[in-house]
Design a binder for this molecule. Structure first.
Ligand code: ADP
Length: 214
């Protein structure tokens, strides 16, 4: 399995190293290390966790145009690295459930390994890195950072969430501030609390400066 992990790592590094919207190799490696840190406390199959963390973005719909095309890429990367059918099935199932799909959209995540990788991915969306990444994403997509005339929306379907092109600040209300209460493990809940508080502080300062009060 170590050989499969190493080969997937090489492949993912080559495909994602310069990705400009916060889904680059450093994001992948961070999710991998954070997932393993959470697993130290929470348990789970570390090899499956590491492999799912490494492969979780390589077939993302944002990079490939559609979910179906993305899934085929993930499968190909795992297969070429020599993963068994059983391992591929587990890893692909984790990856299919990992993404946020809208504030009001619920996705079941029944395995401990899946819950851990999802927590690690979501922690990267929070705190100082989360803020930086969100504005990097908005910039790469040519969005305004803030428009007080465009209200935030709690999306009720994944299509509506995927189609949204709202200003970057709205993303805090549409996703980022909701994540703290949706962490799966106690270990991630603890880390998320500090990162959430920092984002709230950031927003407070942002509005004070925007209104020329600070
Ligand atoms: P997931 O990792 O759950 O699939 P996404 O890939 O949709 O979530 O989002 C990953 C990150 O990309 C977010 O945490 C955020 O930083 C950024 N992002 C996604 N959508 C937006 C958006 N509409 N505006 C600003 N940033 C976004």
């Amino acid at each position: 399995m170590q050989d499969v992990i190493r080969k997937v790592e090489e492949k993912v590094k080559a495909i994602l190293s310069g990705e400009p919207t916060g889904h680059d190799w450093y994001h992948i490696n961070h999710v991998r290390l954070m997932a393993l840190r959470i697993a130290e406390k929470e348990g789970g199959d570390k090899e499956i966790i590491e492999l799912a963390a490494l492969a979780h973005e390589v077939g993302d719909r944002k990079l490939h145009g559609s979910e179906e095309e993305g899934k085929a890429v993930t499968k190909q990367v795992l297969k070429e690295a020599g993963a068994s059918e059983e391992v591929m099935e587990k890893v692909i199932d984790i990856i299919n459930r990992i993404s946020f799909k809208g504030a009001e959209v619920k996705v079941e995540n029944p395995t401990l390994e899946g819950r851990i990788v999802q927590d690690a991915d979501r922690l990267y969306a929070l705190g100082a890195i989360g803020i930086a990444r969100t504005f990097a994403y908005g910039g790469a997509k040519g969005r305004l950072m803030y428009d007080p005339n465009v209200p935030s929306e709690l999306h009720t379907s994944k299509d509506a969430y995927y189609k949204s092109a709202s200003p970057t600040l709205n993303h805090f209300y549409e996703k980022l501030l909701l994540l703290k209460d949706r962490m799966n493990t106690d270990t991630a809940k603890e880390i998320a609390a500090g990162r959430h508080a920092f984002m709230e502080e950031f927003l407070k300062r942002f509005y004070a400066e925007w209104e020329i009060k600070d």
